[in-house]
Ligand binder design. Structure first.
Ligand code: NAP
Ligand code: GDD
Length: 321
């Protein structure tokens, strides 16, 4: 009997890579998708006929209960979120509802219907926010800096609480930034590689960015979904930092991306626009994933320079001649 899994957020970057991974491993894959006027299925196009799509929304308890009842999952991966930090400042209530309360809705449904299911919660390095030490590990204190970070903090502790109170197998993956050719266009890395490709092909003459000095620990998304799966194969639930251990500035990322298309005087093509500056910034992130290496046998392979190459190449191909 193949294992059954429910992935929320299966149309997103991570959800699509995870669906592919779990199909390869022989799982029956169910994906929660919200109804939109035009379906957003680009990321799962190649596996759409092999995933069972279930209507639902993290703000709607009844749809979550129905999805859990229909999928009877052995493993649940909760990846659904309003995941863009900048938007969370403009839509804090929605973000809290989806990213915070939505997790309680899912945990309640699981407690009621599949209490033995193993659950993965997409926690984030944004929990560290105004960092208290570098690098950050599972013991580093949290200090979120956005409504997104605050909602994810609530979700993190909700998961820990259901673990302690009801003995449920719930794990938090504290994932640092991870990117890919499937990354949404508003996130820094994809905004840059997409813009660089268009500039290289003569379709745009500049891109507009915000804080060039922020530093992130950027890894490659397909490797990170493997870590999620490994967490749920452990006999005991736990929390894990997943990161490359290297931190680079936005400026370095931009410079490397332009260099990839042979442009050295990149500053000519970049303007700064204060509208991209956040009310409170996370200045620097760098993760220590030695616990994941020790217990899960997981380690990042792709580092930032290689990631830039992968993403620029994909965007050049997309933009075409
Ligand atoms: P993403 O590409 O933005 O995908 C988010 C997914 O959530 C999409 O499938 C989206 O559906 C779905 N969603 C949004 N609101 C929903 C709602 N109300 N009900 C049901 N589904 C909803 O994000 P990602 O980069 O794959 O990240 C996956 C998860 O990991 C997120 O929880 C994110 O916060 C977290 N995370 C990401 C990173 C990172 O660097 N990528 C790092 C740490 C943690 P639509 O397609 O309909 O929009
Ligand atoms: N998006 C964006 N657009 N970011 C910019 C820009 C710009 O024009 N200019 C500078 N930045 C800076 C941001 O201020 C931030 O410091 C950094 O680039 C990265 O921004 P994002 O790519 O939007 O990602 P994020 O780090 O805020 O959040 C992502 O990673 C988190 C994990 O740390 C998201 O995927 C979150 O969902 C995830 O939890």
């Amino acid at each position: 009997m193949p294992k059954s899994t429910l992935i929320t957020g299966c149309t997103g970057q991570d959800g699509s890579f995870l669906a592919e991974l779990l199909l390869l491993k022989g799982y029956t894959v169910y994906g929660l998708v919200r109804r939109l006027s035009s379906p957003n299925v680009t990321n799962i196009e190649q596996v759409r006929d092999r995933i069972h799509l279930l209507d639902g929304d993290m703000t709607d308890q009844s749809s979550i209960l129905t999805a859990v009842k229909e999928s009877k999952p052995d493993e649940i991966y909760n990846l659904a979120a309003q995941s863009f930090v900048a938007t969370s400042f403009r839509q804090p209530v929605l973000t809290a509802d989806v990213d915070g309360l939505g997790v309680i809705r899912l945990l309640e449904a699981a407690k009621e219907l599949v209490p033995d299911a193993r659950i993965y919660q997409a926690s984030t390095s944004e929990l560290f926010g105004l960092v208290k030490e570098t690098p950050q590990n599972e013991h580093t204190p949290f200090h979120p800096r956005s409504p997104y970070g605050v909602a994810k903090l609530f979700a993190f502790w909700a998961c820990a609480n259901y673990r302690e109170a009801y003995g449920m197998h719930v794990s938090n993956g504290i994932l640092f930034n991870h990117e890919s050719e499937r990354r949404g266009l508003e996130f820094l890395t994809r905004k840059v590689t997409h813009g660089v490709a268009r500039i290289a092909k003569g379709k745009w003459d500049h891109i507009e960015l915000g804080n060039m000095e922020a530093k992130r620990d950027w890894g490659y998304a397909p490797e990170y979904v493997e870590a999620m799966w490994r967490m749920l194969q452990q006999p005991k639930p736990d929390d894990y930092v997943i990161a490359t251990g290297e931190s680079h500035s936005v400026r370095e990322f931009v410079e490397l991306a332009f260099r990839e298309v042979g442009i050295e005087d990149w500053e000519t093509y970049v303007r700064t626009d204060p509208k991209h500056i956040r009310p409170a910034e996370v200045y620097t992130l760098c993760g220590d994933s030695s616990k994941a290496k020790r217990i899960l046998g997981w380690q990042a392979k792709t580092k930032m320079p290689q990631l830039v190459k992968i993403m620029v190449k994909a965007d050049l191909e997309r933009v075409g001649a």
